[in-house]
Ligand binder design. Structure first.
Ligand SMILES: [Zn+2]
Length: 282
């Protein structure tokens, strides 16, 4: 009987010890942390730290292309200051062809020579050998330089009457004739749109008008190749000038210069009405 009591007491002690051990273990051992699930509002979901700049590359800055300046003579000889059809000693001196890309001439670098004027006589048209185009508004209207350049000649000149010739940095020359008054003198630097003369009927003219010519190396060619005379705008084509003996062939092409093959000598088109060594009508 006594033995049974001892056994029971031992069992109780063991049970208590076991319970205490379990309790102590539970308190001291670290509780494994549950994996936390972060639930955020949709708007606060952080974006991965990835640089997306490569998806939106900066647009390269394009420098506006401008018409390149030609190597022109600015100190004129006595003949350059006295005659209209005179070649530039520098222009095309070392080359057989030259390009003028009219599309590269910026808006502010061009002006229609007689604003608001109408064509009353075309180049080489109804009147044979007409070396320019006749533009009309009214008497003593302001004539402006078509492009930037240097006045090469400004004086009375036979049938031209009072005439101004401007040599431009783009390689062309322009002629303004029958003026009642010239407003510039040789050597003057003029900008596009700058007044250079007033319309008149000096020389061989039956009415007040501007006889306007476009020349390259002293040789006139059709102003329609440079200007849209009806809309009074500049054409956006590329002009190809090719030496042909003593004259220059002029061709208008739509292609950009870098799209053309290198040999421009294949162009042999001489503008209709290109007449040499004959008396030119004004
Ligand atoms: Zn004329």
């Amino acid at each position: 009987m006594f033995k049974t009591h001892y056994s029971l007491l031992l069992i109780i002690i063991l049970f208590v010890l076991s319970a205490c051990h379990s309790l102590w273990t539970a308190q001291t051992q670290p509780v494994p942390q549950q994996e936390s699930i972060l639930v955020l509002p949709v708007t606060e979901v952080p974006l991965p730290a990835t640089d997306f700049a490569f998806l939106f590359p900066e647009e390269p800055e394009l420098n506006p292309q401008t018409s390149p300046r030609k190597n022109i003579t600015e100190n004129f000889s006595a003949r350059e200051k006295s005659d209209i059809a005179v070649a530039d000693p520098k222009l095309m001196a070392d080359e057989t062809s030259m390009l003028i890309d009219l599309s590269l001439i910026q808006k502010e670098d061009y002006a229609f020579p007689l604003p608001g004027a109408k064509v009353i006589s075309p180049y080489a048209g109804r009147r044979r050998h007409h070396s320019g185009v006749d533009l009309k508004t009214c008497a003593n209207d302001t004539i402006v330089s078509a492009f930037e350049g240097i006045v090469r000649l400004a004086k009375p000149y036979y049938a031209y009457g009072n005439v101004v010739v401007v040599r431009h940095y783009n390689g062309l020359e322009t002629v303004y004739s029958h003026n009642s008054k010239n407003l510039v003198k040789p050597g003057d630097h003029v900008k596009a749109g700058q007044p250079i003369a007033l319309t008149g009927r000096t020389g061989r003219a039956t009415t007040e008008h501007l006889h306007f010519e476009v020349r390259v190396n002293g040789q006139h060619f059709n102003p329609n190749m440079v200007f849209n005379l009806e809309e009074r705008k500049l054409n956006d084509q590329c002009l190809v000038f090719t030496k042909k003996g003593n004259s220059i062939a002029v061709k208008s092409v739509n292609l950009m210069p870098n799209q053309l093959a290198g040999d421009y000598s294949s162009y042999s088109v001489v503008p209709k009405g290109q007449v040499k060594n004959k008396k030119e009508a004004l």
